[in-house]
Ligand binder design. Sequence first.
Ligand SMILES: [Fe+2]
Length: 530
Amino acid sequence: VQRCEEAGLWLWRVNPEGGFEHSVSALRELDCLSGNDWFHACLGGAADRWAGEKTPRPIEAGPGLWLVPFPILQRRRCVAYVVGIGFAPGFESGFLGSPGSDCHSEAFAQFRSWIESAPRVCPESLATVHALLLGTLEDHTRGEVRDETVAGFTDQLTDAYETIHSLYSIGRLLGDVARPERVLADITTRLYETTAFRWVLTRVASDARFPEGLQGQLIASNDDTIVLDDYRDHIALFEEASIDANDGKCILLEAEDGIPEAIGPQVAVQPIMRGGEILGLIAAGLKSGEDHQISSYETLLFEATGGYVFSFLKNVLLYHDQRVTFLGTLRALTAAIDAKDRYTRGHSERVAMLSAALAREVGMRPDECERIHIAGLVHDVGKIGVAEGVLTKPGRLTDEEFEKVRAHPEIGYRILRDIPSLRDVLPGVMHHHERWDGRGYPHGLSGEQIPLMARIIALADTFDAMSSTRSYRPAMPRDLVLQEIERCAGQQFEAQLATAFVKLDFSAYDQRVREHHDQELDLGDLPSAA
Ligand SMILES: [Fe+2]
């Protein structure tokens, strides 16, 4: 516009027939021409000529009135012209006759006085000026197209980068199969943070193979404005959609699929599935920003995340299955040992239970408590190497027999030391008969020399021994047992642990004692229990 005006051309936009559309130059005086019959006849004639020209050229449409066309093309078709209006020497305002219909006389007078002093174009150079301006226009258009292309690429690159970045950060979260709820919560939050969705949820299938706390779990992240029920109420709908999903593909649900405005307009449902096996789903909706439609980058992100989470959940299943088998095997092994003596049936399991409870009470981490539970379960495994007659002997043991019993921690240690997954519980097995004052066995360790795990098991072991009937004495009542433990604090037991121990809630323990007692009654007639 500026270049044209510098060359003395004032710009209007007209339709292909020459009809006025609007003024491009901000020159008020020219408004007078828009309703002028003579001027319109000139424009119409010029448009006729241009329609027949391959490259429309400047034309003297009336004496001294030059019209310079710049076609506006869409898909190579001319949809309008921007016309440069130039006044050459020889133009006279008198040609216009009377003012146009929408121009009152005062404005017309202003136009006439403006035109007297308006810059004149030079007809001889108009062809050159036109060619130059067309070239400039072409360059400008090309530049604009380039800018648009670059902007498009930039947007795509940004989207691709964000997708990769999100996937990378989600990939890094897939760690701890022992704590899957945490991992899934982190992934859900990450998806919510890295996308424009105002709510994201992960639903774990109600599959009995999962650990109990994980079956049917619903983990969600959303902004404060969202009413949770709005999308939670539609989970059945999401699940239904994910069953029909083409293996692992993201599904977009809309109003016609039953998605209300409050959670839509589109909801992405990503089944966590492979080979027809569904382990859950991820869903997200209420995309914010300018574009509410879910993009291909977002579906790509969901599909890849769905794949990740599927592999992760498969590992969780595998880990859980192994853990259950492992614990089951340990339980069977220790129960077999406990059964050698009818008075110690269930002892190892109860010691495991109490040890873990004490570990929790003194603030140990869940994974540490779990290891202490296992250590409690296997602490007396060495008794397998002690003759049954000695273990179940009603009266006092001879020194020689007592030596045999005292060997069980070391025998247990030797039995278990070659099992890699039990290596970390060996200190509990070896040292559960050490005493805080150093008068225990097998190594006579004292104080903090004794591994914490062993100090904990020692308390649980003694408590259970005193609380149950043994071949050599009857069970002691609960209050006496606790008094005895308090009395031995600082001698046999670490004082702090003993104080924490006597405060434990023993109801679950008592329940187990009753169960073990009932099992014993069931087995009462079998010769092995006699
Ligand atoms: Fe023991």
